[in-house]
Design a protein around this ligand. Structure first.
Ligand code: ADP
Length: 602
């Protein structure tokens, strides 16, 4: 969606009742800019007096007074500018803070699938960095802009007060400099800035995904493949930066040269005005004044240049923040219905990811009765994770209906749905807080005894015993790291504590060690007692005893039945089972060979 309002009015929306701070900073900045011009006038008076009384300098009696006046106005300007920055910083931090709060609040209302689809690295960058990008603009650029507008006005007044010819000629490099800047900062630059931020975001995202994936990558020896994506994003960022720098090189060179060359223009004019004769006193005085005064032009112009660049950064940051704020939360059921039992049913469900070109699920129907344990198996990309996500309403279906206890999930209030369904993710995340608090996330008022009980059932006793402060140990602090399997067991304890009647288990694809795997399986078993369980099995180890197995392929249910029924039917599952057994055979043989080799080496 295209934003219609300007950057400023958008930013002011986040300012709340602190808008007055921003406005005060502008007023103070304009006053400071005006005060900063006054010392030049006093310096001019000093030079004028010196030239007029020459060679009898004893007659110059106002030099000290004029000098002090110049100092007083310079200091006054600095003090007022300091006040302007105080106001602008206070408002800038408030605005950035409000922006973060508003975006985070909105994210918490978005469909659960949002973070997974957007990529957590990207979301982090939008929430954190985009709001930070507005800080510099609000804290420094805006007050400077007010000052930069006031300075040329002051300059034009000066131009008429002194010699208009020198005034005019000192504006020539300003105009030329501006032309160069516009060439560089046209609409094309806004586009480039967007591309630049896009490339940076992509690199950021790939870096996060890369670092996160390192354990899996190492286990499966996919180093080259996974690094390629990251390398690709670095390469495209590098290419973009180099070509962009080259594009700006010429105009930037001219701009810097021109705004620093006002002297050259003034000297040329002085020589022309003298016309080969000795320069008159009046011309000399005005010449000296403009030589002193022109550096102000350079400073003002440089500020204006960075201002336009920052304006674009802010526009881009606001657009990114709006890419989140414009997303609609899933409509909440007005008069929520209560599920009749703990069954789960899909009827004619089709679903497509917002950024995908094909359906992830096509006309999928099945029913899981209350208390049953079912497993979804099938080739990777078949749609298993999507089924799991739709049960907890991570997204809304495109066609058909997902029902819990006979009620469409769209008609169940969000809180009620969350109380009914728990999800154990493959890569469960723990927060950097104590184990107690991590488990309590699912039930904030649970007692310590309840938490310990849940941890015990989730087979976490060994973890608690080995940690220095037991359940009060903060995860992620120095020396306290948990393996993937251990983290998953703690996540299971969290779900155990919540004790919801329907559990969706997304089984982890890889475990570092068999001991952990056995404990996780045992924890799953404890968790599943007397519950409706929907298991997403990426391997076939655990599905044999399921009440029913659904084989999902290309978004459709290809087969369904018990393990024995499916094996004897000779279907896709039977083939998968055969392959799986062969792979186990391979593992056993490989291990035997390893043992033999070790034995032989002795
Ligand atoms: P499985 O869990 O069986 O491996 P998924 O449910 O993850 O399968 O994926 C089903 C299909 O949906 C695949 O074609 C996959 O590429 C696609 N898909 C999964 N997640 C997304 C997403 N966030 N955006 C777009 N397409 C997706």
């Amino acid at each position: 969606m295209k934003r219609k309002r300007g950057n400023l009015s958008e930013l002011m929306q986040f300012a709340g009742k602190h808008k007055y701070l921003t406005y005060s900073s502008w007023v103070l900045s304009v006053i400071s800019a005006a005060l900063a011009l006054v010392p030049f006038v006093y310096i001019f008076f000093i030079i004028k007096e010196v030239i007029e009384v020459a060679p009898d300098f004893s007659q110059a009696t106002h030099i000290v007074f004029n000098g002090w006046m110049a100092v007083v106005f310079a200091i006054a300007s600095i003090i007022v500018y300091f006040g302007a920055l105080m106001c602008s910083h206070l408002s800038a931090f408030r605005i950035a803070g409000n922006m973060r709060k508003k975006t985070m609040k909105h994210i918490s209302e978005l469909p659960l699938g949002f973070i997974g689809e957007a990529g957590s690295g990207k979301v982090r960058r939008i929430v954190n960095d985009s709001s930070a990008a507005t800080e510099t603009f609000l804290a420094h650029q805006l007050p400077d802009m007010a000052g930069a507008v006031a300075t040329p006005i002051g300059m034009i007044i000066m131009l008429f007060l002194f010699d208009w010819r020198f005034g005019l000629i000192s504006l020539v490099p300003v105009v030329l400099g501006f032309l160069c800047m516009f060439k560089m900062a046209g609409p094309k630059m806004a586009e480039d800035m967007k591309k630049y931020n896009g490339a940076l975001e992509d690199m950021n995202n790939q870096a996060v995904e890369y670092v996160r994936g390192i354990p899996v990558v190492k286990t499966f020896g996919q180093t080259v493949h996974s690094f390629k994506k990251f390398q690709g994003s670095i390469d495209s960022y590098y290419k973009f930066c180099v070509s962009y720098c080259k594009k700006c090189r010429g105009p930037m060179l001219w701009f810097t040269m021109l705004i620093n060359s006002a002297f050259a223009f003034i000297i040329a004019l002085a020589l022309i005005l003298a016309g080969g004769e000795a320069i008159t006193q009046g011309v000399l005085l005005n010449f000296i004044f403009y030589v002193i005064f022109t550096p102000v032009i350079t400073t003002a112009l440089t500020k204006v240049m960075y201002m336009s660049e920052n304006g674009m950064i802010v526009a881009d940051a606001l657009e990114r923040v709006h890419s989140i704020l414009d997303l609609k939360p899933l409509p909440e059921a007005v008069n929520g219905e209560t599920p009749q039992d703990n069954s789960v049913e899909f009827s004619g469900v089709s679903f497509r990811y917002s950024n995908a070109e094909a359906d992830a699920l096509k006309d999928v129907s099945f029913k899981v009765n209350a208390g049953q344990t079912v497993a979804f198996v099938g080739p990777s990309g078949g749609g298993k994770t999507t089924v799991a996500g739709l049960i907890s309403r991570f997204w809304d279906v495109r066609e058909g209906m997902v029902k819990i206890g006979g009620v469409n999930v769209k008609n169940i209030k969000h809180e009620e749905l969350m109380n009914n369904v728990s999800y154990v993710f493959q890569d469960s995340k723990l927060l950097k807080t104590s184990i107690l608090e991590n488990v309590r996330l699912s039930k904030p008022h649970a007692s310590e005894v309840e938490v310990l009980n849940a941890l015990h059932k989730a087979q976490c006793d060994d973890i608690i015993t080995k940690l220095p402060q037991g359940i009060h140990t903060v995860i992620g602090t120095k020396g306290v790291y948990l393996s993937g399997g251990e983290q998953q067991r703690i996540a299971i304890a969290r779900v155990m504590l919540k004790n919801s009647p329907i559990i969706v288990l997304d089984e982890a694809t890889a475990f570092a060690d068999p001991e952990n795997e056995a404990l996780v399986q045992k924890a799953f078993k404890e968790l599943s007692q007397d519950k409706t369980v929907i298991m997403i099995a990426h391997r076939l180890t655990t599905v044999r005893n399921a009440d029913k197995i659904f084989v999902l392929k290309d978004g459709q249910i290809e087969d369904a039945g018990t393990h024995d029924e499916l094996v004897s039917s000779g279907s896709l599952y039977a083939k998968m089972w055969r392959d799986y057994q062969t792979s186990i055979g391979w593992k056993v043989t490989a291990r035997n060979a390893e043992v033999e080799m070790k034995g032989g080496a002795k």
